[in-house]
Design a protein around this ligand. Structure first.
Ligand code: UDP
Ligand code: MG
Length: 317
C-alpha cells in the first residue's frame, strides 16, 4: 500500500534528476506513510532514463513510466495520475523550481480535509521578464475568458486527493490543460503560497512555441469566448459601415464635397479582410482540436514501466 504518490514529469532532465531525487527523498522520509516517486519519462533524448533505471534498481520507492516518444508535459502528468497508487497525489516539476519541502505543508492541508492543495507563486525567481509578463497576462486573460474559477499564478505543482484523481481519469480530452480540469472537477480546494525558485540546472523545456500552444489549449478548452468575438466584431464593423454610409450620403447630397476615392476604400478593405482572417484562424484553432478529438487516439504510448501496475487496473477504460 502506498499513501503518497509523487508524480514527476521529466524531459531531458539528466542534469537535475539526481538532485531532485535526493531532495524529494529527504522530504518524503519525513511523511507518515509509505510513498512512491513516480517519474514519467516524456521521451527524453539524453541519459534521463538510464539514471532512472539506476535509481529504480537501488530504491524500490522509485518507479517510472517510459513513453515511446515526447508527448508533452500535460500528457506526462496525466499518465502519472493514471498510474499513481497513492491516497494523495503530488505533481511536481523535476527542475526544483517547485521546492519539494512545500509538500509537507500540502500534506498538512490535505489532512485538514482539503481535496486539492495548489501552490500559488507569489514570486518567480530567475525567469526572464518576457516569461514573467507573458505568464502574468496569460493567467489574467484565462480568468477573463473562462467561466470556471482557475486560480491565477498557479502551475501544476499541487496535491490532489485520490477521489479527484478518480474523476480526472475519466477525462481523456486531447488538448489538455490539467490545472483547468482540476478546477473543473471541484471539491474542496485551497492554496499554499511559495516563491518559485530558479531552475536547478539545464534550460526550460517550454520554448515560445510550446508556450503559445499551451495557452491556446488552456483558453480553447474552457471557453467559447474567442468564437463569440466574431459576432461582436461583425456588429461593430456593420455599425461603423452604416455610419460611414450616412456621412458619405450627407456630404454628397447636402454639401459640395464628396469623400475621396481609393485610399479610404483600400483601408476599409484591408481592415475587414484582416479581421476576417483572424476569425478564420480562431475557428481553425477550435476545428483542429475537434479533429484531434474525433480521431480518438490514445493520449500516450508507453514503452516500459517499472514498479507500477498495468494501466488497465488503474484507468476505467
Ligand atoms: N516536461 C515534460 N515534457 C515536455 C516539456 C517539459 O515532461 O515536453 C517537464 C520538464 O522535464 C519539467 C516540467 O515538465 O519537469 C516543467 O518544464 P520546464 O521546467 O521546462 O517548464 P518551465 O518551468 O520553464 O515553465
Ligand atoms: Mg521549470
Amino acid at each position: 500500500m502506498v499513501k503518497y504518490s509523487v508524480v514527476i514529469p521529466v524531459y531531458n532532465e539528466a542534469l537535475v534528476i539526481r538532485e531532485t531525487y535526493r531532495r524529494l527523498k529527504r522530504v518524503m522520509e519525513q511523511t507518515d506513510g509509505p510513498y512512491e516517486l513516480l517519474f514519467v519519462n516524456d521521451g527524453s533524448e539524453d541519459e534521463t532514463i538510464d539514471i532512472l533505471k539506476e535509481l529504480a534498481v537501488k530504491d524500490e520507492t522509485v518507479k517510472y513510466v517510459d513513453f515511446s516518444r515526447n508527448f508533452g508535459h500535460q500528457i506526462a502528468i496525466t499518465a502519472g495520475m493514471d498510474y499513481a497508487a497513492g491516497k494523495a497525489i503530488v505533481i511536481i516539476d523535476a527542475d526544483l523550481q517547485d521546492p519539494p519541502e512545500l509538500i509537507l505543508e500540502m500534506i498538512e492541508k490535505w489532512k485538514e480535509g482539503y481535496d486539492v492543495v495548489y501552490a500559488k507563486r507569489v514570486k518567480r525567481k530567475g525567469e526572464t521578464i518576457f516569461k514573467k509578463v507573458t505568464a502574468y497576462l496569460f493567467y489574467r486573460v484565462l480568468r477573463a475568458a473562462t467561466e470556471i474559477d482557475i486560480p491565477v499564478d498557479t502551475g501544476d505543482f499541487r496535491l490532489i486527493d485520490r477521489k479527484v484523481r478518480d474523476q480526472l481519469v475519466f477525462m481523456r480530452e486531447r488538448s489538455r490543460f490539467v490545472r483547468g480540469l482540476i478546477s473543473w472537477v471541484g471539491f474542496k480546494q485551497t492554496a499554499v503560497e511559495y516563491e518559485r525558485e530558479e531552475r536547478f540546472a539545464g534550460k526550460t523545456k517550454y520554448p515560445l512555441k510550446k508556450m503559445i500552444r499551451f495557452s491556446l489549449d488552456g483558453i480553447t478548452s474552457f471557453s467559447y469566448k474567442p468564437l463569440k468575438l466574431a459576432s461582436l466584431l461583425g456588429f461593430f464593423l456593420s455599425a461603423s459601415s452604416v455610419l460611414g454610409m450616412i456621412i458619405t450620403l450627407y456630404l454628397k447630397l447636402f454639401t459640395h464635397s464628396t469623400v475621396a476615392g481609393w485610399a479610404s476604400l483600400l483601408m476599409v478593405m484591408l481592415l475587414c479582410n484582416g479581421v476576417m482572417f483572424i476569425m478564420i484562424g480562431v475557428i481553425g484553432e477550435y476545428i483542429g482540436r475537434i479533429y484531434d478529438e474525433v480521431k480518438q487516439r490514445p493520449l500516450y504510448i508507453v514503452k516500459e514501466t517499472w514498479g507500477v501496475g498495468t494501466k488497465y487496473e488503474k484507468v476505467p477504460f
